[in-house]
Design a protein around this ligand. Structure first.
Ligand SMILES: [Cu+2]
Length: 179
């Protein structure tokens, strides 16, 4: 009888001990996961802030924008220094202007929708509406052509740039930061 209870005690102890060991092991694993997750989050944050820093460092006086037959600009964000900004748009496509012409208009973010609607019925002026909301614009460009917009008078802020050729703006649209 005494032998049995000793054995039982031993078994109980073993169970408790192993429970402790496994318990702490489990906890360690969870901690490790958290640490790994944390470092991944930090990594993502670092990449994002590096990207922002890169864009800030690239804030200069001249930006180049290209557009081709894929109906896209080469970039969806531009950053320019306040007081000297210029954008040069180049049409690097081959399709004729009547089918795949490109331009670039700069408006305040809030004026984008209204300007787009006005542009639809401005075929006679190459889809540039006669509106004060259009802060700057290029000519409508055919293959191999280019034009430069002067943005030096724009105050610091965030603007929208887009191509007003019918059907293009959903793809050809970006954010311009002037600072
Ligand atoms: Cu276009």
């Amino acid at each position: 009888m005494a032998r049995t209870s000793k054995w039982l005690l031993c078994l109980t102890l073993t169970t408790v001990l192993s429970g402790c060991i496994f318990g702490s092991k489990k906890e360690t694993t969870t901690h490790e996961n958290h640490a790994a997750m944390k470092s991944k989050v930090t990594e993502i944050k670092d990449t994002a802030s590096a990207e922002v820093a890169k864009t800030a460092a690239n804030a200069n006086c001249d930006a180049e924008l290209t557009a081709g037959d894929k109906m896209q600009y080469n970039t969806k964000s531009l950053s320019l220094k306040q007081g000297c900004g210029k954008i040069t748009l180049k049409n690097i496509g081959k399709a004729p202007k009547v089918a795949m012409g490109h331009n670039v208009l700069v408006v305040k973010e809030a004026d984008y929708a209204a300007t787009m609607t006005a542009a639809m019925s401005a075929r006679k002026t190459d889809f540039i509406p006669a509106s004060e909301k259009v802060l700057a614009y290029s000519k409508l460009l055919g293959p191999g052509e280019e034009d430069t917009l002067d943005l030096s008078k724009l105050p610091a802020g965030t603007y929208t740039y887009f191509c007003s050729f019918p059907g293009h703006a959903s793809l050809m649209k970006g954010v311009l930061t002037i600072k």
